[in-house]
Design a protein around this ligand. Structure first.
Ligand code: AMP
Ligand code: MG
Length: 344
C-alpha cells in the first residue's frame, strides 16, 4: 500500500481523511500533543487495525477523540459536574477524561473496561476530520508500541510507511507529550498520566487529586492498574537510558568520567558546553520546560539507533509541564536513576 502524506492546508485534505475513516481505514492525524493513529472508534474491525499496526497489547485501551465538547454525553454516562467544568476550561486541549462507557462503544476500544477515555483535541484540522467522519476517532499515539511517540509526520512515516493509506501533516506537535489523563469514575479524581494540563491546574478545579502509583514508579507487567498503558516499557529507544540526577556540575562530572564510545548524552541546552567531548544532544532549555516537552520524543527517536549503546539523560525537576517530561523520561529509563550528588 502506498502511504500518502497530505498537508493539512491542502484543499480536500479533511474530506479525504474522513472518507478513509468512514471506510474503516487507518489515518494518522496530527494533534497538539502527538500524532495519533486514528480509526472509527465505534467500528470494531477498524479499531482492530490500530492494534495490529502498532503491535499494541490487547489490554491497552484507546482514547476516543471528539470534535466538540458536547459530544461527551454520547459516549459516557454518569457524567459528574467536575467533568463539565474540566471540559469547559481545558477543551479543546491536552486533557483526557475517563468516565463510565456507553454500550455503543465496542469492547476492543476500551479493552473490555467499563470506562472510556475521551478527549477533544486542540487541532483544527483533526476536529474537522472528526466532524466530517461523523464518528468519534479512536487514536493512540502513532508510534510502534513501546517506541518513542510520534511528534512529526515524518516520525509516523518512519513507523508505518506502506502500511497505512494516509498521514495528515500539520507540522511538529506543539505540546509534544501525550495528553493528561484524569479518571473521574471514583469519589476522588485520579491522575493516570501527566501531560500538557498540569496537576496544579487540575487541583485548582478539582480540589483533591490522587496521583496514581503508575505515574511515579515502575509497574509490574502482570499488575492490574487503572491505565493499562502505563505499565509497559514505553517511549524508549532500543538502548539503555540512565537518568543522571543532581546539580549541573556533579552530573557533568559523573557523566564525563563514565562516558565511553557508544554512549550518548541527552541534556539541556544550557549544559551543552559541559559535554563538548561527548557529542551531546539537547532536547530543549531547562529554563523553559515547554521546549523540553516539545523536543523530547524527537530526541529519543534520534537516539533510537543501533550505534547507540547507552544514553545518559538529564531530566527536569519540579511541577508544571516538567512533571510530564519527568514521567516520560523516567519510563524511557525504566526508572533507572543515578544520583550524582550521592556518588563519589
Ligand atoms: P496512547 O494514546 O497511546 O497514549 O494510549 C492511551 C492511554 O490511555 C493508555 O495509557 C491507556 O491505558 C489510557 N486509557 C485509555 N482508556 C482508558 C480507560 N478507560 N481507563 C484508563 N486508562 C485508559
Ligand atoms: Mg502511546
Amino acid at each position: 500500500m502506498e502511504t500518502r502524506v497530505l498537508s493539512a492546508d491542502q484543499p480536500g485534505c479533511a474530506e479525504a481523511a474522513a472518507k478513509l475513516l468512514q471506510a474503516g481505514e487507518l489515518v494518522a492525524i496530527p494533534t497538539e500533543t502527538v500524532y495519533g493513529l486514528g480509526a472509527n472508534g465505534l467500528d470494531e474491525a477498524a479499531v482492530a487495525k490500530i492494534f495490529k499496526a502498532k503491535g499494541r497489547p490487547q489490554d491497552n485501551p484507546l482514547i476516543l477523540h471528539i470534535a466538540d465538547p458536547d459530544q461527551l454525553e454520547l459516549l459516557c454516562h454518569h457524567v459528574p459536574e467536575s467533568a463539565y467544568l474540566l471540559a469547559k476550561l481545558f477543551w479543546p486541549g491536552p486533557l483526557t477524561i475517563v468516565l463510565p462507557a456507553r454500550d455503543i462503544i465496542p469492547k476492543c476500544t476500551t479493552a473490555g473496561l467499563p470506562t472510556v477515555a475521551v478527549r477533544c483535541p486542540d487541532c483544527e484540522i483533526t476536529r474537522q476530520i472528526i466532524r466530517l467522519s461523523g464518528t468519534p476517532v479512536a487514536a493512540p499515539s502513532a508510534n510502534l508500541s513501546g517506541k518513542p511517540s510520534t511528534t512529526t509526520a515524518e516520525h509516523v512515516l518512519n513507523d508505518h510507511s506502506g502500511k497505512i493509506p494516509l498521514i495528515v501533516d500539520d507540522g511538529p506537535c506543539r505540546v509534544g507529550v501525550e495528553s493528561t489523563i484524569v479518571d473521574l469514575t471514583e469519589n476522588t479524581p485520579r491522575l493516570l498520566r501527566p501531560g500538557g494540563i498540569t496537576p496544579e491546574q487540575l487541583k485548582e478545579v478539582l480540589g483533591d487529586l490522587i496521583v496514581d502509583k503508575a505515574v511515579t514508579a515502575q509497574i509490574d507487567k502482570d499488575a492490574v492498574v487503572k491505565a493499562p498503558g502505563m505499565k509497559y516499557r514505553h517511549y524508549a529507544p532500543q538502548c539503555q537510558v540512565i537518568i543522571v540526577a543532581g546539580s549541573r556540575e556533579r552530573a557533568a562530572a559523573y557523566i564525563n568520567s563514565h562516558f565511553v564510545p557508544g554512549d550518548r548524552v541527552l541534556c539541556f541546552e544550557e549544559e551543552l558546553p559541559l559535554y563538548k567531548d561527548c557529542s551531546p544532544l539537547t532536547y530543549g532549555s531547562e529554563a523553559d520546560a515547554a521546549t523540553l516537552s516539545a523536543g523530547l520524543f524527537a530526541a529519543l527517536r534520534q537516539l533510537d539507533d543501533p550505534r547507540v549503546q547507552r544514553v545518559f539523560a538529564r531530566c527536569p525537576t519540579g511541577g508544571g509541564i516538567a512533571y510530564a517530561v519527568q514521567n516520560r523520561l523516567k519510563k524511557a529509563a525504566a526508572f533507572q536513576i543515578i544520583d550524582a550528588e550521592a556518588v563519589v
